[in-house]
Write a new protein. Structure first.
Length: 379
């Protein structure tokens, strides 16, 4: 019997939490359990080549503008003669609307979506009326945390009937402590032996609050502590972050790496502590925290979204209030000056990731849901 055919529809395949997660899931499901193809409404994105290297066909540029009236025609031409059992779609308006057309064209049995964020920066609600209506009509919507599920039902008005909880997982075979790589990774980043390397892996966007971390690092540096910031990620806030670093007098103490796809080998092994100081928007179960925990790093994070479901305060790291650079500095200082406590948190985080947050468990949950939907079964 042939594997079910799955079509993924999204804006683009740029480096982001859901896009990277999707790539790793698809690598494990294609082609043995599913035949997977992807359609990007906009440009292909920086991950498209990796999707194609995994055997996933990628078509792109369905929309020339946000409200392109020719988009449905381009999509119809692209999908002509192709059949899919299941459509998986990003939870945005254009993707949801065009997925309705794509399902008709390809005779799909079901349409699903996945929501990785909690809230949307700069907006009172995450979804508008049209998006909420379309999401409620889908056979399944995957959410990744219990806190997020409650938010979506109580604040966004989504139906609990089609929400399926599948927490994020991490590949513990790829992401694990690498003391053998530490010296080389630190040398490549220009870190001296006495430097205390604080890493943040996140898109350079306002909700990630890099400025809070910069201010916290400036406080610690003013105390004479040898902190170095290692910033991995890219985004529109780069000029703002660079200006904040310069204004804080940290130009020689911060490293902006841009997008890195070798975090497991070249970044995490060099770090002494992982930090994520997001504002109370969007964060749900951040993949970067999962990766850092699996690599044996203690974590300092803000108590936002469902982060507390990952970072156990006083066991695998320290949680602080959002928007409080003094509290961030205090938590970093406490762990910097107590190596044994920091190491214990790192070991506990690794154990928690391996025991409860494995990638294999997550992939199997997605595969089970997708197979039921592709067969025309909703539950």
């Amino acid at each position: 019997m042939r594997p079910p055919r799955l079509l993924y529809i999204g804006n683009s395949l740029d480096v982001g939490g859901s896009e990277v997660l999707g790539l790793e899931i698809f690598r494990r499901l294609h082609p043995g359990r599913f035949r997977i193809e992807a359609v990007c409404l906009k440009a292909r994105g920086t991950l498209a080549d990796e999707y194609e290297n995994a055997g996933v066909r990628v078509d792109a540029n369905m929309l020339a503008t946000r409200l392109d009236p020719l988009g449905p025609l381009r999509l119809a031409r692209t999908l002509a003669g192709r059949r899919f059992d299941l459509l998986l779609v990003e939870p945005g308006r254009n993707a949801l609307l065009l997925a309705t057309l794509a399902r008709t064209l390809t005779r799909g049995r079901a349409t699903a979506s996945w929501i990785m964020a909690t809230g949307k920066w700069g907006r009172r609600r995450q979804f508008n009326r049209t998006e909420r209506l379309l999401l409620r009509r889908l056979e399944a919507v995957v959410v990744i945390a219990e806190t997020q599920k409650r938010y979506l039902v109580e604040r966004e008005g989504l139906s609990p009937a089609n929400l399926h909880l599948i927490p994020n997982g991490v590949d513990i075979d790829r992401f694990h402590p690498r003391p053998d790589l530490r010296a080389g990774a630190r040398a490549a980043l220009g870190l001296a032996d006495g430097d205390f390397a604080i890493g943040i892996v996140a898109s350079l966007t306002p909700e990630k609050a890099h400025g809070i971390l910069v201010e916290a690092a400036a406080r610690l540096s003013a105390e004479g502590l040898p902190v170095r910031l290692v910033v991995a990620g890219e985004g529109g806030e780069r000029p703002v972050i660079e200006a904040a670093i310069a204004a804080a007098g940290l130009a020689g103490r911060a490293i902006l790496l841009g997008i890195r796809r070798d975090l497991d080998r070249a970044v995490y092994p060099a770090l002494d502590l992982q930090v994520l100081v997001s504002h109370p928007y969007r964060e749900t179960l951040p993949v970067s925290i999962l990766e850092g925990m699996a690599c044996g790093l203690a974590v300092v994070a803000t108590r936002v979204g469902s982060v507390h479901d990952l970072v156990l305060d006083g066991e695998t790291g320290l949680l602080v209030p959002p928007g409080d650079p003094r509290a961030v500095a205090g938590a970093i200082r406490a762990l910097m000056l107590d190596p044994s406590r920091r190491a214990a948190y790192g070991r506990a985080g690794r154990e928690r990731a391996a025991r409860r947050l494995s990638f294999e468990r997550m992939v199997e949950a997605y595969a089970d849901l997708f197979e039921r939907l592709a067969a025309g079964r909703r539950s």
